[in-house]
Write a protein that binds this ligand. Structure first.
Ligand code: AMP
Length: 275
């Protein structure tokens, strides 16, 4: 992969890179389509990264429909699909890890200790293997975008991180490979998550600037979902990931909620379209 990528770069082609864990849906498609528009070469990785899963998470169960994904990426015009075996990314002698620091300890990081160290370690390795000029990430995983931007800035990587809007089902549910785990009743209830975010965004639009008000509006909507467990509901500043005294345009309302054993996340940028 790295030899091919270097050859493309030496030929003057810009590489757009889309890292994924496969089980592709229209959210992934939107990243690949944007990479296709903006670069001469597009590389998509499919790698279910064990380092970003906790011991009681769904690493083994995570869907791996490789043939279907391959056909989908072929149709979208990807130039390369990088699908390495785990031992190639993490050979037995592998020792080095990225420490993402304090922004990885809150929100997702608090619920999933070690998750972002696993994400940034594999992202850095995949960047080195694929040599991108631009890399494409979904806003649905907003804390991941913030931490990958931090990685690029702190370590001086010559890569532009492009954040792409969250693609949703017609009823508002953010597309996620994990939606496949929902039973019909959970699937029917799940759009309440995005409705809760929309309600808070609407009240922000009408002048409500108290984070606690937005959090409690969203929390009470999420509590009504049968069988739900709220992990966090927080208005945060996207640079510090701390809750500001007052919500401003660009503040992010982020939620994580479990429906039964399926953990879903979503967020909205208040008063703005995107990060
Ligand atoms: P994953 O395969 O879940 O690791 O996701 C790969 C990339 O697709 C990440 O940058 C995600 O943020 C992005 N992504 C996942 N779901 C969506 C969605 N509904 N809309 C846009 N991007 C998404």
């Amino acid at each position: 992969m790295q030899e091919q990528a270097i050859a493309w770069r030496q030929a003057g082609d810009a590489i757009g890179f889309v890292p994924t864990m496969g089980a592709l849906h229209a959210g992934h498609d939107s990243l690949v389509a944007r990479a296709r528009r903006e670069n001469q070469r597009v590389i998509v990785s499919i790698f279910v990264n064990p380092a970003q899963f906790g011991p009681n998470e769904d690493f083994e169960a995570y869907p791996r429909p490789f043939e279907v994904d391959y056909a989908r990426l072929d149709a979208l015009g990807a130039d390369a699909i990088f699908h390495p075996p785990v031992e190639q990314i993490y050979p037995p002698a592998f020792k080095t890890h990225v420490d993402p620091g304090p922004l990885a300890e809150v929100l997702e990081g608090k619920s999933r200790p070690g998750h972002f160290a696993g994400v940034l370690t594999v992202v850095l390795k995949l960047f080195n293997l694929t040599q991108p000029k631009r890399a494409y990430f979904g806003q649905k995983d907003f804390q991941q975008v913030i931490l990958v931007r931090q990685l690029v800035r702190d370590l001086g990587l010559p890569i532009r991180i492009v954040a792409c809007p969250t693609v949703r089902e017609p009823d508002g549910l953010a597309l996620s490979s994990r939606n496949a785990y929902l039973d019909p009743a959970q699937r029917a209830a799940a759009p309440a998550i995005s409705r809760a975010l929309d309600a808070a965004a609407l009240s922000f639009g009408k002048g409500q600037a108290h984070p606690a008000e937005h959090e409690s509006t969203a929390r009470s909507a999420l509590e009504k979902i049968p069988g739900s467990t709220i992990e966090y509901v927080a208005v945060v500043d996207p640079t510090t990931l701390r809750t500001p005294a007052r919500a401003i345009a660009g503040s992010v309302l982020a939620v994580a909620v479990k429906l039964g054993s399926t953990r879903l996340i979503d967020n909205v940028v208040l008063g703005a379209e995107r990060l």
